[in-house]
Design a protein around this ligand. Structure first.
Ligand code: GRF
Length: 209
């Protein structure tokens, strides 16, 4: 069983999709061993509790500087002894030491078709605002491994979603979640847990079993 820790900042609908997929058996070979939020009041912690998953919070605000926070953050992650770390709407930068220690074992969901609308400043609703401003007709979501550069790691999966004439950032965000994120992220976790993908020379390869 792959020990999976999920990191969240917001409402946790992606976390819920993962919890539901594990319960339904569409993600197999996985044990959800912990949820970490950088926000104490967040709904995600409640979702974890309801599912019986240990949940903790760790926020940069509670530490004197980023270096001290980074150490405490890594320690919290280490305590769960994860095989895979899933960033499901997690808005805190992953410390370099964590990226190194868990190389090819951290994945992220981003609500656009990378390399469009990604990188510094592209998070949450802003991604969709920028997509609407640019007038793209198709957007989507991407699951990728996490490397040092923001949103630059090897791409695992992508799904396109149509942009509609009367979309607002909120309506587009919801459609991208419903049609792409809530399916792509559980699928990627299941693929990793069942040995269907591997990183070879910096790219993700499908292993045909
Ligand atoms: C998702 O759109 C995710 O891709 C983005 O933030 C949102 C988080 O939503 N980075 P939720 O907390 O999973 O509901």
């Amino acid at each position: 069983m792959l020990r999976v820790v999920v990191l969240v900042s917001g409402g946790g609908t992606n976390l819920q999709a993962i919890i539901d997929a594990v319960a339904a058996g569409t993600i197999s070979n996985v044990e959800l061993v912990g949820v970490i939020s950088n926000n104490k009041t967040v709904k995600s912690l409640e979702r974890a509790k309801v599912a019986g998953i240990p949940a903790v919070s760790v926020s940069p605000k509670d530490y004197e500087n980023r270096a001290v926070f980074n150490e405490a953050f890594l320690q919290k992650v280490d305590e769960f002894q994860p095989d895979l770390i899933v960033l499901a709407g997690f808005l805190v930068a992953i410390p370099e030491a964590m990226v190194c220690k868990y190389s090819n074992r951290i994945i992220n969901i981003h609500p656009s078709l990378i390399p469009s609308f990604c990188g510094v400043g592209y998070y949450g609703l802003k991604v969709h605002e920028k997509a609407l401003e640019r007038g793209v007709k198709v957007t989507g979501a991407t699951v990728h491994f996490v490397t040092e550069g923001m949103d630059e790691g090897p791409i695992i999966a992508q799904k396109a979603v149509a942009v509609l004439e009367d979309d607002t950032a909120e309506s587009l965000q919801l459609r991208v979640m419903e049609q792409a994120e809530w399916h792509l992220l559980p699928q990627a976790i299941d693929d990793i847990a069942n040995g269907r993908i591997a990183v070879v020379d910096g790219s993700v390869k499908r292993i045909h079993q």
